[in-house]
Design a protein around this ligand. Structure first.
Ligand SMILES: Cc1cc2nc3c(=O)[nH]c(=O)nc-3n(C[C@H](O)[C@H](O)[C@H](O)COP(=O)(O)O)c2cc1C
Length: 174
């Protein structure tokens, strides 16, 4: 797919008719792994909930509106290993600290949602979730920061393109 078309087709989708399979998830994550990261440390981790029983068990980790929006899709919990990106010998390299881990994961997830769109899938990044419940359900170690849950499946309806701020509100040229 042409890159411009890919950017336009990628929207947050809140209605799914089919989930991505384990193989689909693996293909998307293989592409997403090409994202750059601090010293190529690749701190992003993913917990892919692809089975129907797994998704049902996961329900209590999402508020009802996100549960509804993602119903029918596979769910990818994305985390990053703390104190890796932006750290040397356990000390932060600069004022960013663990924000660099979040930066790396954000880049990885940007690749993820675009790779998914390129493969004919849709996504919804959900930051409103219960991290403690997720940690318990999936047994995620404490040294990982839980960030988003990403729904991955096929859209039932065309999403509306949300407006973007004009460039002069967000950019200063010097
Ligand atoms: C970090 C992050 C967290 C988000 N959390 C949620 C969420 O919990 N529920 C939801 O419906 N949308 C969520 N979104 C989707 C945004 O609302 C959406 O990306 C934005 O409105 C722009 O629309 P678009 O993605 O269709 O271009 C989140 C997006 C990001 C990047």
């Amino acid at each position: 797919m042409d890159f411009k078309e890919l950017i336009e087709i990628r929207r947050s989708v809140r209605g799914y008719k089919a989930a991505a399979s384990k193989d689909d998830v693996a293909a998307v994550l293989t592409m997403a792994a090409q994202a750059p990261s601090w010293k190529n440390l690749q701190p992003a981790r993913t917990y892919a909930v692809v089975s129907e029983e797994g998704v049902a068990k996961f329900a209590r980790a999402l508020p009802s509106f996100n549960r509804q929006s993602s119903a029918g899709a596979a769910l990818l919990v994305t985390t990053f290993v703390k104190e890796q990106s932006g750290f040397s010998a356990g000390e932060p390299d600069n004022d960013g600290g663990d924000l660099w881990g979040a930066y790396d994961l954000g880049l990885r997830d940007a690749y993820l949602v675009l790779a998914a769109s390129d493969m004919g899938f849709d996504t919804l990044i959900m930051g409103i979730r219960d991290a403690d419940e997720i940690r318990n359900i999936l047994n995620i170690p404490e040294n990982e920061q839980i960030m988003s849950v990403i729904a991955l499946g096929k859209r039932t309806a065309e999403p509306i393109a949300r407006p973007r701020k004009p460039l002069d509100e967000t950019v200063k040229f010097f």
